[in-house]
Ligand binder design. Structure first.
Ligand code: PEP
Ligand code: MG
Length: 579
C-alpha cells in the first residue's frame, strides 16, 4: 500500500487515527439516459416523490433536533435554508420541464438544473449569497440519493474500529446524523474555515481537515488514516514507524490535555497572590459546553453577530432572546458579556446592506455601533432581547467600536428606550444591568476619561485596536506582516487604557487575541490587567502561565517595555519575561 499525504485546511485541531469510511457522492455518479415518451410522466412522478421524501426528512430532522435540545440552534437555521431551496420552483419545477423537453431521466434533469443554478450563484458579487451555492449542491445531493435508492448519505453502522469519515462535502443535515455516530474525525474535499462543516467540527471537538480537493477520490474504504487537524495534514496508509510516531504524539497530547484539565477548578492566581479572572469568548450558544469544560469564570465576549450570519433572514427578538437566555442560564450565575452585534467590515449580512451598497472603506464605515445607531429598529430589537435574558442570569451589555462620547450617550438613550418598552410590556429584566464599551479605536484610549465617566466597565478589543492604530487591515493578507501586537505604540496604548481604568476603579478586560496568547500573558499582567477573555481552548494554557507568574518580578521589565520605542528592545524584554 502506498503512503501519501494530503494537505488541506485544519478547521478543528487534534490527532485522530482510524479507518476511512467513504460517504457516497451522488452528483458525481449520475447516469444519463433517454426515456421513452410514455415514461416521461413516470420520471416526473419519481422526482416529485423524491423531493417530497426529502422534505419530510428535513422536517423530521428539525423535530429530532428540537427535541434532543443538545444541538446548536444555528442548525435549525441551516435546515431552514435547505427547506427553502428545496421548495423554490427553480429547483423543484424547472427539472420537470427538462425531463419533458429532453426526455431524460429525473437524476440527469435535476443535475442539469443544479449546474444552471451554480453558474448563476457564481455571478453574484455578495460573498454570503455566493457561498449559498454549496447549500444548493447539498440539497440536490440529498434528492439524488433518494432517486438512486440510497437514502441518507451517512453510513448507518459504525465499525468497532475508530472511523474517519471521508466526504466530498457534509451538509448540516448530514451532520445532525453524524453527531449520533461518534466518528473520530472527518475530512472533506471542499469547505473553508468558516464553512458550516468547520463550525460543526469545532463544536463536536473532533479533528477535521477540509479543502483537501480530492481526498474522496484518492482514499479507499477501510484505508488507515491519520488526521492531524492542527497541522492541516492527512496521512494515508502510514507505515509502522509513522503510525507509532503519531500514536506517541496523540498520547502526549492527551496527557497534556489531562494535565491542564486538572487546573480546571483551580483559581487563576499569580505566585504573589494576584487574583486573575479568565473568561471565554463565544460566537454561538453551542460553544457553551466548551466554556464550562475549560474552567472559565464566565463569558467575556459573546460575539452576537454570529446569530445573524450563516442564515436566511434576520433573527427575531424571541429567537435572539432564546439564544441569550440559554447562555445566561447555562452559566448558572457566572457572568456573560453580550456584545451588541458588530456587523459591517469583514462580517457582512446581505439583507442589511440595503441596495447592496459597497462602502468605499468598510472597516472605517458604518460598522458595529455606528451601524446599530443608524438602524435603531434592529438595535432596539436586540437590546430588548438581551435585557429580557438578563432576568435569567448575570448578563452584561458590551458596545463595540465606540469612538466618542456622543455615541455612548446615544447608545445609553437607546438602552433606556428598550427598558421602557419592556416595562410597558410588563417583562422582567435586570434594572441594574451593567453597560460596558469596547476600546478598539485609538481615540477611545486617548480620550478615555469620557468613557470611564459613563460606562460600568471596559474591554480592550486588541484585534481592532491594532488594525486602527497601525492602519493595517486585519483581513488583508498583503499587509499581515505589518500587523504587530508588540508595536511600541500598541503597548503604550494598552498601558494607558489599563492605567486609566485602574485609577478610576472601572473594571477593564482584554478580549482580543492578545488575551489568549500565552507569550503575552505576562506583559498584560505587568501592565496591571486582571481580566482576560479568550477562546475557551486557550484558558488552560493561560491559566498555567498565570500560576507560574510573579507580578513583582514582571513589573520592572514591563515598565521598561512601556518606555521604549525600539522594537528590538521590546523583543529582548519579552524574551526576558518569558525566560
Ligand atoms: C477585537 O477587535 O479585538 C475583538 C475582540 O472583536 P472582534 O475580533 O470580534 O472584532
Ligand atoms: Mg473588534
Amino acid at each position: 500500500m502506498v503512503t501519501f499525504a494530503l494537505h488541506g485546511v485544519g478547521v478543528s485541531g487534534g490527532i485522530a487515527i482510524g479507518r476511512a469510511q467513504l460517504v457516497s457522492h451522488a452528483t458525481l455518479e449520475v447516469a444519463h439516459y433517454v426515456v421513452p415518451a410514455s415514461r416521461v410522466d413516470h420520471e416526473i412522478a419519481r422526482l416529485e416523490l423524491a423531493i417530497d421524501e426529502v422534505q419530510k426528512e428535513l422536517t423530521e430532522l428539525h423535530g429530532t433536533m428540537t427535541r434532543s435540545g443538545d444541538l446548536p440552534g444555528e442548525f435549525g437555521a441551516f435546515l431552514d435554508v435547505h427547506w427553502m431551496i428545496l421548495n423554490d420552483p427553480t429547483l423543484s419545477e424547472a427539472p420537470k420541464r427538462i425531463i419533458t423537453e429532453q426526455r431524460c431521466n429525473a437524476e440527469w434533469a435535476l443535475t442539469q438544473q443544479m449546474n444552471v443554478l451554480i453558474d448563476q450563484f457564481e455571478q453574484i458579487e455578495d460573498s454570503y449569497l455566493r457561498e449559498r451555492k454549496a447549500d444548493v449542491v447539498q440539497v440536490v445531493e440529498r434528492v439524488l440519493k433518494r432517486l438512486m435508492g440510497k437514502p441518507g448519505s451517512l453510513p448507518t453502522s459504525v465499525a468497532e474500529e475508530r472511523t474517519i469519515l471521508v466526504a466530498h462535502d457534509l451538509s448540516p443535515a448530514d451532520v445532525i446524523q453524524f453527531k449520533q455516530h461518534h466518528f473520530a474525525a472527518f475530512l472533506t474535499d471542499v469547505g473553508g474555515v468558516t464553512s458550516h462543516t468547520a463550525i460543526v467540527a469545532r463544536s463536536l471537538a473532533v479533528p477535521a481537515v477540509v479543502a483537501t480537493h480530492n481526498a474522496r477520490q484518492m482514499i479507499h474504504d477501510g484505508e488507515m488514516l491519520i488526521v492531524d487537524g492542527t497541522n492541516h495534514v492527512v496521512i494515508v496508509n502510514p507505515d509502522r514507524s509513522v503510525l507509532s510516531e503519531y500514536r506517541l504524539k496523540q498520547s502526549e497530547l492527551d496527557l497534556e490535555r489531562q494535565k491542564l484539565k486538572r487546573l480546571r477548578g483551580k483559581p487563576a492566581e499569580t505566585i504573589d497572590g494576584h487574583r486573575v479572572e479568565l473568561h471565554a469568548n463565544i460566537e454561538l450558544p453551542g460553544d457553551l459546553a466548551q466554556v464550562l469544560e475549560s474552567g472559565a469564570n464566565g463569558v467575556g465576549l459573546f460575539r452576537s453577530e454570529f446569530l445573524f450570519l450563516n442564515r436566511a433572514g434576520l433573527p427575531t427578538e424571541d429567537e435572539q432572546f432564546e439564544a441569550y437566555r440559554a447562555v445566561a442560564a447555562g452559566l448558572a450565575g457566572k457572568p456573560v458579556t453580550i456584545r451588541t452585534f458588530d456587523l459591517g467590515a469583514d462580517k457582512q449580512k446581505a439583507e442589511l446592506d440595503g441596495l447592496a451598497r459597497v462602502a468605499p472603506n468598510p472597516a472605517l464605515g458604518l460598522r458595529a455601533v455606528r451601524f446599530c445607531l443608524a438602524e435603531p429598529k434592529l438595535f432596539l430589537t436586540q437590546l430588548r432581547a438581551i435585557l429580557r435574558a438578563s432576568h435569567y442570569g448575570k448578563v452584561r451589555l458590551l458596545i463595540p467600536m465606540l469612538a466618542s462620547v456622543a455615541e455612548i450617550d446615544a447608545t445609553l438613550a437607546m438602552i433606556d428606550q428598550a427598558k421602557e418598552s419592556l416595562r410597558e410590556r410588563g417583562e422582567p429584566f435586570d434594572e441594574g444591568i451593567e453597560v460596558g464599551g469596547m476600546i478598539e479605536v485609538p481615540a477611545a484610549v486617548l480620550a478615555i476619561g469620557g468613557f470611564l465617566a459613563k460606562l460600568d466597565f471596559l474591554s480592550i478589543g486588541t484585534n481592532d485596536l491594532i488594525q486602527y492604530t497601525l492602519a493595517v487591515d486585519r483581513s488583508d493578507e498583503a499587509v499581515s506582516h505589518l500587523y504587530d501586537p508588540l508595536h511600541p505604540a500598541i503597548i503604550k496604548l494598552i498601558a494607558l487604557a489599563i492605567a486609566g481604568a485602574n485609577r478610576a476603579k472601572v473594571p477593564i478586560a482584554v478580549c482580543g487575541e492578545m488575551a489568549g496568547e500565552m507569550t503575552l500573558t505576562r506583559v498584560l499582567l505587568g501592565l496591571g490587567l486582571r481580566n482576560f477573555s479568550m477562546h475557551p481552548a486557550q484558558v488552560p494554557t493561560v491559566k498555567q502561565r498565570v500560576l507560574t507568574s510573579d507580578v513583582s518580578a514582571i513589573r520592572p521589565v514591563v515598565e521598561r517595555m512601556k518606555r521604549t520605542d525600539s522594537p528590538a528592545k521590546l523583543a529582548a524584554l519579552l524574551d526576558k519575561l518569558n525566560a
